[in-house]
Design a protein around this ligand. Structure first.
Ligand code: ITT
Length: 199
């Protein structure tokens, strides 16, 4: 019997990355877009991990499935960690374009050397109310004013990774997944699943 995991995200960028990393596991992956829609939960916790667990529990209950949820975002040091857990709804409009415009406006006048930032991703695998696995990943970079690259999603065109000499939007998908916050968090969940459900 093939086990099934529902990936509880409506973010298509996340879906593409999670699908690519997890496709080789002997697990039937389902995504929210495959199911009749339900209202989204209110993500009102103040940490990525608590929001990932809250989101996973909510959808696990709605669909009676084992659920993997992702809560992630951008922490900018010069903005005291903002947008942080508010990353998806940083601007009033809440689109990637509007969020990026607000980010660059907030950083106006701040020199490049003081624009350090990181992406954070927390994942939670939940069955009913039980948390089976959690993981976290981060990637360090800096925020640049002029967008570069068309891969990825969200804040990627403004997130420059000095070691790679490119933004996460310039990286081919496999390179981003090898290095990114989400790629690392997913690798950890993969190892956890191998222990939890040995072949
Ligand atoms: P779900 O809750 O349905 O998963 P969401 O987009 O609302 O989708 P979050 O609340 O976790 O998800 O918000 C994540 C925010 O952080 C969102 O604005 C993304 O654009 C941004 N973000 C997360 N990972 C990113 C990445 O790899 N590259 C660029 N931006 C990212």
């Amino acid at each position: 019997m093939m086990r099934e995991i529902l990936v509880a995200t409506t973010n298509e960028g996340k879906v593409r990355e999670i699908r690519a990393v997890m496709k080789d596991l002997p697990i039937a992956w389902t995504f929210l877009a495959d199911l009749p829609s339900v209202p989204a939960p209110v993500e009102d916790a103040d940490t990525f991990e608590a929001n990932a667990i809250l989101k996973a529990r909510y959808y696990a209950k709605q669909y009676d499935k084992i659920v993997l949820a992702d809560d992630s975002g951008l922490e900018v040091d010069a903005l005291d960690g903002a947008p942080g857990v508010q990353s998806a709804r940083y601007s009033d409009e809440g689109t990637d374009a509007a969020n990026n415009l607000k980010l660059i406006a907030e950083l106006k006048g701040i020199p490049q050397a003081s624009r350090s930032a990181r992406f954070v991703c927390c994942l939670a695998l939940v069955q009913g109310d039980d948390v089976l696995l959690t993981s976290m990943g981060t990637i360090e970079g800096q925020i640049i004013d002029d967008p570069r690259g068309t891969n990825g999603f969200g804040y990627d065109p403004h997130f420059y990774v000095p070691q790679q000499g490119m933004t996460t939007a310039e990286m081919p998908p496999a390179q981003k997944n090898a290095l990114s916050h989400r790629g690392q968090a997913l690798a950890s969940i993969k190892r956890g699943l191998a222990q939890l459900w040995p072949a």
